[in-house]
Design a binder for this molecule. Structure first.
Ligand SMILES: Cc1cc2nc3c(=O)[nH]c(=O)nc-3n(C[C@H](O)[C@H](O)[C@H](O)COP(=O)(O)OP(=O)(O)OC[C@H]3O[C@@H](n4cnc5c(N)ncnc54)[C@H](O)[C@@H]3O)c2cc1C
Length: 319
C-alpha cells in the first residue's frame, strides 16, 4: 500500500498523481490520509483524484504537532501495511517525515523531485550541491518514507466515477511534554509567486528600485502581474519583499512563462525556477549562465529590451 499525506490540499492531489502511477505499475493500492475532522466530500474528492482508500483520522487536536501526527501516521502505516509513505514537503511535512522515520527506524529521503520504479525498486531523485547535481537514491529499508515538494508533480485528472472506501476512525495519540500555546498566522504578502502563471523577474541588472516599474509594465501587458526577483534584490537591497524572492533559499516556482531580466543565473537562482515551462532571459552579457537554462535568450540592455518587448506585445495584442 502507498500512503500519501499532506495538510495542503493541492500538494495532496500532486502526491496522488504520482502515487497512483506508481501503484498502477505494480498493482498496488493508494491510501490517502486526512488528519482532522473532515467529512465525506473531502474524502470522496481524494478518491476521484486517485485514492483507493481514504482514512479520516479524527482527533481532538486543534493544531498540527509533529509528535502526535507521527503517532497517528505510524498507527495507520502498521494497520494497513504501507510500505511507501509519501508526505508533502511543506513546513509541517518536513518536521513530520524524519520524526516518523526515526520512530519507525526506517529510511527517509526528503525533497524528492522525481520518484520512479526501477524494476520494483523505488528510486528517487533530489537536488544536491545547491542545484549543481541531481542525486539518485534507493532505499535499503522495507518501509520507505519520502517527502515531495509542492509542484514536483501534476495532479491527475479528476474522475468522479472512481469509487473507493472511506474509513473514519478516531485516534488518540500519546501525550507529549511540548504544547502548542499559540498559533499566529504569518501575515501573507502582496504576492504569491508559487501559484503565478507568468513571472517577470529582476536581478542586480536593475540600477534602481523605481526601475521595477519597467518590469511591472511588461508583466501587466502579458496579463500577469507577478514580479519575482533574485536574492540580492530582496535580501540585500530590499527593493522587494521576500515574497518575491525566487531560488534555493527563496520560493520555488513553476510558471508557464518566466522572464529573467538582468539575472546572471547562478545555480541558487536556477534551483527555484528551472521547472518553468518557458524561460526567457534578458542579459547584456552573452556569456551569462542564465542563457544555458533559457529557452529564449535576448542579449541586450534590459533598459532597451524590456520597453521594446512591452511595446511589441501591446501592438501584437491590439492587432
Ligand atoms: C546558500 C546560498 C543560497 C542562495 N539562494 C539564492 C536564492 O534563493 N535565489 C537567488 O536568486 N540567489 C541565491 N543566492 C545568491 C546567488 O548565488 C547569486 O548571488 C544571485 O542569484 C545573483 O543575483 P543576480 O543574478 O541578480 O545578480 P548578479 O549575479 O550580479 O547578476 C546581474 C546580471 O545582470 C546583468 N546585467 C547588468 N546590467 C544589465 C542591464 N542593464 N541589462 C541586462 N543585463 C544586465 C549582468 O550581466 C549579470 O549577469 C544564494 C547564495 C547562497 C550562497
Amino acid at each position: 500500500m502507498i500512503l500519501i499525506y499532506s495538510d495542503n490540499k493541492n500538494n495532496s492531489l500532486e502526491l496522488l498523481g504520482k502515487g497512483r502511477k506508481l501503484a498502477d505499475q505494480v498493482k498496488n493500492r493508494v491510501l490517502a490520509v486526512i488528519i482532522g475532522n473532515a467529512g465525506e466530500p473531502e474524502a470522496k474528492e481524494l478518491i476521484a483524484f486517485g485514492a483507493d482508500t481514504v482514512v479520516i483520522a479524527e482527533t481532538d487536536m486543534e493544531h498540527f504537532k509533529a509528535e502526535e501526527y507521527a503517532d497517528i501516521l505510524q498507527s495507520i502505516i502498521n494497520e494497513y501495511n504501507c510500505e511507501t509513505v509519501m508526505i508533502g514537503s511543506n513546513k509541517n511535512g518536513k518536521e513530520l517525515a524524519p520524526r516518523l522515520a526515526a520512530r519507525m527506524e526506517t529510511g527517509c529521503v526528503t525533497d524528492c523531485i522525481n520518484v520512479s520504479l526501477e524494476g520494483e525498486k523505488l528510486t528517487v531523485e533530489r537536488i544536491v550541491f545547491s542545484g549543481a547535481a541531481i542525486s539518485r537514491q534507493q532505499f535499503a529499508s522495507d518501509i520507505q518514507i519520502l517527502t515531495i515538494p509542492p509542484k514536483a508533480f501534476y495532479p491527475p485528472p479528476k474522475d468522479e466515477a472512481r469509487t473507493g472506501e472511506v474509513i473514519k476512525k478516531s485516534y488518540q495519540p500519546n501525550s507529549y511534554a511540548s504544547k502548542v500555546l499559540r498559533v499566529q498566522e504569518m501575515k501573507s504578502g502582496d504576492v504569491n509567486v508559487e501559484d503565478a502563471e507568468i513571472i517577470v523577474s529582476c536581478g542586480r541588472g536593475l540600477k534602481k528600485k523605481e526601475d521595477i516599474r519597467l518590469l511591472e509594465e511588461l508583466a501587466e501587458t502579458l496579463r500577469g502581474n507577478t514580479i519575482g526577483c533574485s536574492r540580492p534584490i530582496a535580501a540585500d537591497l530590499k527593493w522587494l519583499s521576500e515574497d518575491h524572492w525566487i531560488g534555493l533559499s527563496g520560493h520555488k516556482v513553476k510558471p508557464k512563462l518566466y522572464i529573467a531580466c538582468g539575472i546572471s543565473g547562478q545555480i541558487q537562482h536556477i534551483a527555484g525556477m528551472r521547472d518553468s515551462a518557458i524561460i526567457v532571459a534578458i542579459n547584456r552579457d552573452s556569456e551569462a549562465p542564465i542563457f544555458k537554462s533559457a529557452d529564449y535568450g535576448i542579449v541586450g540592455d534590459l533598459y532597451t529590451v524590456v520597453p521594446a518587448l512591452t511595446k511589441a506585445i501591446k501592438e501584437e495584442m491590439s492587432s
